[in-house]
Write a protein that binds this ligand. Structure first.
Ligand code: ZJS
Length: 279
């Protein structure tokens, strides 16, 4: 049963700036997807990382592959997107930025759900999965550019994500530069693993408008002073994501944050942000 504190955290107006669509599928939606595709023999344990469980990076990205098998048609994508938006809204999120990697056959479907009426301000970032290489990256940028022009402000940026141990950012630079030049904001996952200093230097020169994770930017964990300097001098915000969405996750994570950070500072930030977005 919800405690008074649970209720408080749920009702608190929130902004969500780093949600991957297929990393935000709830237990209930996953159940529906699994039932729809019994032939895949997928069990719940293969689609989520439960609290307290430890998995390697590789194992985490295997989970996304399983989820992608379950969400592979226009109908699935729409169902998942609607559910995710509704669940964020029910969790008190007033401004939501979702990001997702277009898949070949169903790319347009990703955007249809943006028209559905659910009371939350929605913005969308088209994601490039680094695993797919420079050609697909460029095609994705072109798609994002089309949507930037035609989505009436809903599509706002490009996300670079995917397994950080695969490929090299230098091969994606021209796609990222093109994206920046056409006015898309850049949200780049970088320094998610310790061995990517050169790549992070290159990506920070673009520069990105937001950094995803940036866990290993600091020299103490394998990054460098130069990387930290670039981030600080250019004032680039760093966003963390919680890639898997257990029931009530927003509430649990908020409690975690508030336990460790100053609650009043966060409430103030949220209110200021909401005022600037909604006014
Ligand atoms: C594994 C882990 C702890 C990750 C957190 N950090 C992440 N780093 C890079 N890419 C990510 C991360 N979390 C999700 N993604 C991307 O989001 C995708 C799932 O959402 P979608 O299919 O784009 O809708 C994944 O396939 C992956 O490309």
């Amino acid at each position: 049963m919800d405690t008074e504190a649970d209720l408080f955290y749920r009702q608190l107006p929130k902004v969500e700036l780093h949600a991957h669509l297929n990393g935000s599928v709830s237990f209930e939606t996953m159940e529906t997807l699994i039932k729809r595709k019994p032939h895949l023999n997928i069990e719940h344990s293969m689609t989520a990382i439960r609290r307290g469980q430890r998995r390697s990076l590789d194992e985490c990205f295997q989970v996304f592959k399983v989820i992608h098998q379950l969400v592979d048609s226009e109908e699935d994508i729409l169902m998942v997107a609607k559910a995710v938006i509704q669940e964020f809204a029910a969790d008190g999120v007033k401004y939501l930025e979702l990001r997702s990697t277009p898949r070949e056959v169903t790319e347009t479907a990703h955007f249809c759900f943006l028209l559905t009426f659910i009371f939350v301000t929605k913005r969308f970032l088209v994601a490039v999965d680094r695993r797919h290489g420079p050609v697909v990256a460029m095609e994705t940028v072109k798609l994002a550019e089309d949507f930037l022009l035609s989505s009436d402000g809903v599509v706002v940026g490009l996300d670079l994500s995917g397994d950080p141990t695969v490929g090299h950012g230098k091969d994606l630079l021209s796609a990222l530069e093109k994206s920046k030049n056409c006015g898309l904001k850049l949200a780049l996952h970088l320094s998610e693993v310790p061995s990517r200093r050169d790549e992070s230097e290159l990506l920070l020169n673009l520069p990105p408008d937001r950094i995803g994770h940036g866990t290993f930017l600091h020299p103490e964990v394998g990054g460098s002073d130069s990387l930290v300097d670039k981030v600080c001098k250019q004032n680039i915000p760093i966003g963390k994501s919680f890639p898997f969405h257990p029931p009530n996750s927003k509430i649990t994570y908020l409690k975690y944050f508030f336990k460790h950070l100053n609650i009043f500072f966060y409430i103030l930030l949220t209110i200021l942000f909401l005022i600037s977005v909604l006014s």
